[in-house]
Design a protein around this ligand. Structure first.
Ligand SMILES: [Zn+2]
Length: 423
């Protein structure tokens, strides 16, 4: 019997590893040998549109609506409760510091946020913490490590501030030491060619690039008063995207302005890491929004960043502008993903703000959080949907989120990740 189990696992492992090598488009479901063998009766399961009453089975961490297990070690009567995929936080940086880390991880798990995209990180700093991540009973993360920027661009000033504040003690002594760990300086195509293998040596899950006020690239590039407030030469962006795609890496672009958004979308980046014009207050041209839809560009919201300006006289106008732009993105059906970029958030605060703006339906908000955010965080995994053969990760809610979504996190009564019940 034991030999059979091992044989099955070896075959499954072989199949999974072959798939990932031969066809990178093929998605992976991670087998979890520690999974419960479950039957879940009388649940209402989210199908991407509505809830369907059906029975589900779990084995090896995989979900099925067809294959009945011969023997279940766990049978749960869901009594008409509502089952949805887990939430994802599509933009944060709060998992690379050991300071109060468990509190942040627990907050993610408690709220049903199982997947977190780290939009930049210092590999040296996060490596000793990796035992917390990417395991069935923990959160799963994806990382870009050092972003690509220009001389004096974002996030160089931020890294310098961290260095001077003593946060990098034992890691780096000077700003020069941080190059390649905390940012890659790419000022021209030569830099890109020379540094590309170094960039890949960090084994990033995706490439993060910096675009800030690219409409003023020439004006800002040699002006030190814009230290930290500039980014890549926009002409380099399509070249970076091409190179990344040749290496099967998606590209995520930090943007500030509508012009940054235009450059990023036109260049074929896969994801925009921030909603454009949060702090700048302009309307995004509809033709660029349409192009983002055509190119399947995912746009992560991060609009709660505006809360930093709450005391500012421009706050109301900026928020109004965000609302107008969000309506355009909604009308043009752009794929929006919920992500906060707030160190003390876990995407719940971002969701609450989006809910309060009263632009999106409950269904749209749910899809932005469980489908789109998961897809852009871990695009190669079978997650974000409750479908045959997908990972058995889900949340059971005691009320229908399509009827009332406001308290969705407080209505979670059961959390299952890859076939394991989370406390
Ligand atoms: Zn960020």
């Amino acid at each position: 019997m034991k030999t059979n189990v091992y044989y099955t696992l070896i075959v499954l492992f072989f199949l999974v590893s072959c798939q990932s090598k031969e066809n990178t488009d093929k998605k992976e479901s991670y087998i979890n040998p520690k999974s419960l063998t479950m039957e879940l009766k009388n649940g209402n399961w989210f199908n991407g549109n509505t809830f369907e009453k059906k029975t589900a089975w779990v084995r090896n961490g995989i979900l099925s609506f067809e294959n009945k297990n011969e023997l279940n070690d766990t049978i749960i009567n869901l009594k008409g409760k509502y089952v949805i995929p887990p939430f994802a936080e599509a933009h944060n940086h709060n998992l690379e510091s050991a300071f109060q880390l468990e509190k942040r991880i627990n907050s993610y798990l408690k709220n049903g946020v199982f997947y977190v995209k780290q939009l930049s990180s210092i590999k040296k700093q996060i490596d000793p913490l990796m035992h917390h991540y990417n395991k069935p009973n923990g959160i799963d993360i994806s990382m870009a490590h050092a972003p690509l920027t220009a001389t004096g661009g974002h996030p160089v000033a931020l890294r310098e501030w961290f260095l001077e504040s003593g946060w990098f003690e034992g890691l780096f002594d000077t700003l020069d030491d941080i190059e390649s760990h905390g940012f890659f300086t790419i000022d021209n195509q030569n830099d890109l060619e020379n540094k590309w293998s170094h960039i890949l040596s960090f084994k990033p899950d995706f490439i993060k690039i910096m675009l800030l006020h690219s409409e003023e690239y020439e004006k800002r590039k040699n002006d030190t008063t814009f230290f930290g407030k500039k980014g890549l030469n926009p002409a380099l962006v399509p070249i970076i995207v091409k190179k990344a795609h040749e290496n099967n890496l998606r590209v995520s672009a930090h943007v500030e302005t509508a012009h940054d958004f235009h450059v990023a979308v036109k260049s074929g980046v896969d994801e925009i890491a921030h909603f454009p014009e949060i702090f700048n207050g302009n309307i995004v041209p509809r033709e660029d929004v349409v192009l983002a839809r055509k190119k399947n560009t995912v746009v992560t919201t991060t609009i709660s960043l505006i809360n930093r300006k709450k005391e500012d006289s421009l706050y109301t106008d900026l928020l109004d502008n965000i609302k107008q732009n969000l309506k355009i993105f909604k009308e043009e059906k752009v794929t929006l993903a919920i992500g906060s970029d707030m160190f003390n958030d876990n995407s719940v605060g971002e969701f609450q703000l989006l809910y309060d703006l009263n632009i999106f339906s409950n269904l749209e908000l749910l899809k932005m959080w469980v489908e789109n955010a998961a897809k852009t965080t871990l695009p190669n995994r079978n997650i974000g949907h409750l479908q045959e053969g997908f990972e058995a990760s889900f949340l059971v809610l005691d009320s229908d989120p399509l009827a009332d979504i406001r308290e969705i996190n407080n209505s979670i009564v059961l959390k299952v990740k890859q076939g394991e019940i989370l406390e």
